[in-house]
Design a protein around this ligand. Sequence first.
Ligand SMILES: *Cc1c(COP(=O)(O)O)cnc(C)c1O
Length: 461
Amino acid sequence: MQKKYSSIPKVDTILTLPFLISLLETEPRPTVLAAVRNVLATLRSDSVNGKMREAINEGLLCNMIKTELETLVAPSLHPVVNGTGVVIHTNLGRSLLAKSACRQMLEVAERYSNLEMDMATGERGERYSHVESLLCELTGAEAAIVVNNNAAAVLLALSAMAVGKEVVVSRGELVEIGGAFRIPDVMKLSGGILKEVGTTNRTHLKDYKTAISENTALLLKVHASNFSVVGFTAEVSVDLLVRCGREAGIPVMADIGSGSLLDLSRYGISGETPIQEYIKAGVDIITCSGDKMLGGPQAGIIFGTREIISRLRSEQLLRALRIDKLTLAALEATLRLYRDERQAVAEIPTLRMLAIQPGELKSKATAYIRRIRPKISASVKLTVVAGNSQVGGGALPQLDLPTFLLAVAAEGWSPQKIDSAFRQCKTPVLGRINKGQYLLDLRTLQDADIPALVDAMGVFQ
Ligand SMILES: *Cc1c(COP(=O)(O)O)cnc(C)c1O
């Protein structure tokens, strides 16, 4: 049998209660009203679903309304603790910014800037000029432009180069990236015509050659990003594709997705071809993300020949896809760090987390336990175990990085129950479950996360 509340008070009645009157003295009326309405809606739905807990009295209402008010005034977008070990975690904000990038962003946010003014002439300048020469210096590209994200970069490039014309793409590269970026759909949106060649697992140079016609605008290569085709496979190398394009007088474009400015193989991360290699190979247009392996803010970066980039600059669509000044400030500061590889790896969090070696992660685990242990219940068991972490962000899906993890256990707590409780903390903590253990990967934990970790472990008390 379902129990129902016999009566749920009306908003007007609640507004006359003493605790509410005093609440209205400090909190804005619309927010308090919203909290009251939300609480009443919860009570009504609890009643309908037979989930009634206790009698409705002033004490219950007061607690519920105050809790709801706290939720309403707290920012919806807030920090979380990433203990998943996935460095470029798309759902958790991808890359963390370097300190210098955060500082530069704040500078430009709090004051006026030379965003679009040339101080030498006092005339209108271009926002893109703040990063173009740096991008060219770092990569050897002739010209570059930046937009809102890589999806926008691809859309802009295709719109400028291929409206009503064919773009040749291998069937093995018609990818979908998380969050529904699909090459065939972006192509349609841009007005370009997709000309598929080859098969899912094998595409040869002759496939591209036979597909080329008077109506071909581009040869496009798309980085497979989040999957890999293994076994009986063949793809045409960038070098061969460029040669093919040159012979036919057709530009070659590469959407390389992640885009790295460093050769990370010396840190045990091989498989991502640096942007510089694509430029050296003679690819005419290259697009990549700013917040994947590059470790900067969300942005799309387009490298190309002077002629092509100037064509993109004159696209009306660019206005809709343009990068904002805060992102630009963060991107410029991030790129500056790449002038010195050691500085880049030390200061760009994404690179630092990818490059960190297992030995260092093991010491980090011990240090974290030393700092957390005294502040939590003695019944919580913390142990250090070995495992693997992932790059994420659609980069190197096959690569496992050796790591150390903190296994958290407590009497009467299944890993699923820990996971759920940690996720619902004020600063949520995200870990992963493996072989019946709840794990936090030291690779992606930050020193600033320690108070939140201590707080989360308070759930066991
Ligand atoms: C990630 C990715 C995109 C989308 O980039 P966003 O910056 O998320 O817009 C496009 N193409 C490839 C190959 C990717 O890996």
